[in-house]
Structures are given as structure tokens and as C-alpha cells.
Design a binder for this molecule. Structure first.
Ligand code: 2BA
Length: 119
């Protein structure tokens, strides 16, 4: 297979979508993205604030398909509430109390790819 043939079928990606999603939604998002022929890498990650596991999806694609990929994420990832223990200040009879935070459906970064190569 020549380089031209390969690129006709599988265009060289010029955008990288990095999407941090809740692990509960990761299977649906991954299935819907790959079902549309988008290439995805799934990474286990941890949120710095909640210190709980989440999932980071890397999608290398073209500018022409970015909106399609974002639509998939909008359709498969939903907002949920989580609770985090905060130390009581000053310490009293209670050492900590729970606050509720809203964890978004997905935190998405879309980046330009300056160089792409498969070795
Ligand atoms: P976490 O850092 O564990 O944050 C979970 C949720 O806690 C956040 O949801 C937000 O609602 C809340 N939160 C985060 N930092 C806070 C703070 N300093 N004070 C009060 N509440 C706070 P999302 O904003 O939807 O973020 C979900 C996850 O996406 C984050 O998990 C983190 O893993 C990632 N993330 C969000 N923004 C990011 C950014 N600018 N850079 C890198 N990762 C980011």
C-alpha cells in the first residue's frame, strides 16, 4: 500500500481532542467514537480536585470531523454531582464536612497537531 492510498482512507490528523470524561460514560463515548470510524486512545486518569478516577480520551482527527466528535461527547457524557470532604476550619466537633460539586459531562481541549507520524 502506498502512502497516498493510506492517506486516502485514513486522513492525516491535524487536530487532537483531549477529553476528560467520567468513567461511567467512557464506554459509551468510546463505542460511539470508534463506531464512526474515529480513532481513540483511552487513558486512566485522576482528577486533581476530587482525587477520583476519571477517563481521558485522545482522539486524533481532522478539523472537518472535530464538531462530529464533540457532538458524540455531548450525546454520551452527562453531568453528575459528587461529594468531597472538606476539613472544618477551625477544627471543631466535626473534623470535616461534605460539599457537593457538579462534575461536567466532559472537559475538552482541542489542539493543533504540528507533526504526525506513525513509526
Ligand atoms: P477534578 O479535578 O477531580 O474536579 C472535579 C470537579 O470538582 C470539577 O468538575 C469541578 O466541578 C470541581 N472542582 C474542581 N476544582 C475545584 C476547585 N478548586 N474548587 C471547587 N470545585 C472544584 P469539572 O470542572 O467538570 O472537571 C472534571 C475533571 O476534568 C476534573 O476532575 C479534572 O480531572 C478535569 N479538568 C477540569 N478542568 C481542567 C483543566 N483546566 N485542566 C486539566 N484538567 C481539568
Amino acid at each position: 500500500m502506498t502512502e497516498t492510498e493510506r492517506h486516502d482512507q485514513d486522513p492525516v490528523p491535524d487536530k487532537l481532542i483531549l477529553a476528560i470524561v467520567q468513567s461511567e460514560d467512557a464506554d459509551d463515548a468510546l463505542g460511539a467514537l470508534t463506531g464512526r470510524g474515529l480513532r481513540v486512545t483511552r487513558l486512566a486518569s485522576t482528577g486533581g480536585f476530587l482525587r477520583q478516577g476519571n477517563t481521558t480520551l485522545l482522539v486524533g482527527t481532522t478539523q472537518a470531523r472535530v464538531e462530529e466528535a464533540l457532538d458524540v461527547l455531548r450525546a454520551t457524557c452527562r453531568t453528575r454531582s459528587a461529594h468531597v470532604a472538606v476539613p472544618a476550619e477551625p477544627p471543631s466537633l466535626v473534623h470535616s464536612y461534605l460539599i457537593e460539586v457538579e462534575v461536567g459531562g466532559a472537559t475538552v481541549f482541542v489542539m493543533d497537531i504540528s507533526h504526525y507520524e506513525q513509526i
